[in-house]
Design a protein around this ligand. Structure first.
Ligand SMILES: C[S@@+](CC[C@H](N)C(=O)[O-])C[C@H]1O[C@@H](n2cnc3c(N)ncnc32)[C@H](O)[C@@H]1O
Length: 485
């Protein structure tokens, strides 16, 4: 038996505390990972679990309403100096705790009380914080609706609340005479305070918010796929709800893939007018990406019925780095075999190719060349300048540029002179050149060096693209073949 459990009674002896198995599983889960973190326990009783927790957290705050138990818990833990014992009625006072990383809920086990505990715990979180919430007595055979029911309700109502792991004694364990657990004794859950995203529905030319969600798309197991009737109709509109050049670029292989699967289908993309109708904004990016694409039948101004846009996708909850197009095609009932060759693609006209070749020849002749892109996101984190990222990005760029001494076509958000990379051999500043011609030139480069940016991702099929990663994880923006630093 673990030394820490030696003087602590098991649940069979002291029915109000957690079992030895629960405490041991908790010890294994916490390990060394929480040594700098703080835990809040709701329901101290005699402080047996608080005692264990105190060895794995920087500080433990524990709340008890009963004065006698509060006294007893303090006495039992007299040798501990990192536990704050609060004599507090948790249902009739404010939870004004700060910097809590883990909440252990083990108080009143009626569903309404547990739901109140969960809500109070969630309210303690900062934006983007992941809070761990541990529950005892999940599997208790209560005559009333209890912990399990509260957790289930929470999962149903709050997409950011998830079960992570079950712990403690197993189903069937006799926790007191003639009473058996109907489920595992305890459960570890998490709540990530990420801002919710709107799931759009676009129907008969109107955009509505259908619901809010922590993650756009559907889990594989939900079994939701595009309706057969829509596919049978063979008239497909491709739509994104984001508007950057890269946002459209990463799904640019979709028209070809649709035509390969359904040779007689019609593939449409939205005109500027239709985008304006749905989103109230107007841009050229769909045109830049799909102009001259032989698999696009038309740019359309109007669409009746449902639009299966990029929110309709199948995500893998165990792997966030799955290219968006793969996720969309899975929703569109493509098999794994059919989801191949999904890198972005562009079809330039003869005139564009001639113009691009002339520019290349004029500035570098027959020589190999590179393309360098420094966007306004260089050296930033969450939209703000970040010295550490800047230093790291400069070091990475330097390393590749020095290894690849070539003339460079370049695009920089501020004059190249004001960047640390003015030493490169300059072919031409691309800034004032038509975007499709820029993309053509980039596609012919031996290497594209950039900070993570859509205009480099689009040419990954044609050129070696090395990008400094700015999003962690990359998520659905990942493009196969791009190298990330
Ligand atoms: C199941 S016991 C806690 C056991 C403890 N967590 C452990 O593992 O050893 C629940 C405790 O919650 C306390 N409690 C009940 N209602 C409360 C309230 N409104 N505020 C604070 N504590 C309360 C009870 O007095 C009881 O000691």
């Amino acid at each position: 038996m673990n030394e820490l459990l030696k003087d602590i009674p098991d649940k069979r002896v002291e029915k109000n505390t957690t079992s030895h198995k629960f405490k041991q599983d908790l010890i294994n889960y916490l390990g060394e990972d929480f040594k700098e973190k703080n835990c809040l326990e709701i329901g101290t009783h005699k402080g047996y679990t608080a005692r264990i927790l105190s060895s794995f957290f920087k500080n433990v705050i524990t709340c008890e309403v009963n004065q006698q138990l509060w006294d007893m818990a303090k006495k039992i833990n007299h040798d501990k100096n990192n536990i704050d014992f609060l004599l507090k009625d948790v249902y009739n006072t404010v939870w004004d705790f700060k910097n809590i990383d883990v909440v252990f809920i083990d108080c009143d086990h009626h569903i309404d009380a547990v739901l109140m505990d969960i809500q109070n715990a969630i309210n303690l979180t900062q934006v983007n914080q992941e809070l761990i919430i541990i529950f005892d007595d999940y599997g208790l055979d209560n005559p009333w609706h209890g912990v399990k029911e509260a957790i289930n309700k929470c999962i149903e109502l709050e997409p950011r609340f998830k079960i992570k792991k079950f712990i403690g004694e197993i189903k069937g364990y006799e926790y007191k005479s003639d009473h058996y657990l109907k489920e595992r004794e305890g459960v570890i859950c998490s709540f990530k305070n990420t801002p919710l995203q709107k799931f759009y529905r676009i129907f008969d030319n109107e955009l509505h918010t259908a619901h809010e969600t922590a993650q756009l798309g559907f889990e594989i197991e939900e079994g939701l796929r595009i309706p057969d009737e829509y596919l049978n109709n063979q008239e497909f509109l491709i739509m994104r709800t984001c508007h950057g050049i890269g946002d459209w670029g990463i799904i640019s292989a979709m028209p070809r893939l649709l035509k390969q699967k359904y040779p007689n289908c019609k593939v449409y993309v939205p005109s500027k007018k239709l985008l304006n109708k749905y989103f109230g904004i107007s841009h050229e990016n769909v045109n830049v990406v799909f102009k001259n694409n032989p698999y696009v039948d038309a740019f359309i101004d109007d669409n009746k019925g449902e639009v299966f846009h990029d929110h309709y996708r199948i995500f893998d909850k165990n792997n966030s780095d799955v290219p968006l197009l793969k996720q969309i095609l899975e929703f569109w009932q493509f098999s794994d075999d059919e989801i191949k060759d999904i890198q972005p693609e562009i079809y330039w006209t003869h005139d564009e190719i001639n113009l691009g070749n002339n520019i290349i020849e004029e500035h570098v002749g027959e020589r190999e060349f590179g393309a360098l892109l420094i966007s306004d996101k260089f050296g930033t984190q969450f939209g703000k300048f970040h010295q550490e990222s800047y230093d790291r990005d400069v070091k990475n760029f330097d390393k590749i540029l020095k290894k690849n001494t070539l003339p460079y076509f370049y695009y920089s958000s501020c004059p190249l002179k004001e960047t640390p990379f003015d030493y490169i051999e300059k072919a031409l500043d691309l800034r004032h050149i038509d975007l499709r011609i820029q993309l053509y030139i980039k596609s012919k480069a031996k290497i594209n060096i950039s900070n993570q940016c859509g205009t480099s991702q689009i040419v990954v099929r044609y050129s070696d693209c090395i990008a400094i990663q700015r999003q962690f994880p990359m998520g659905s923006n990942i493009v196969e073949g791009e190298s990330y630093l």
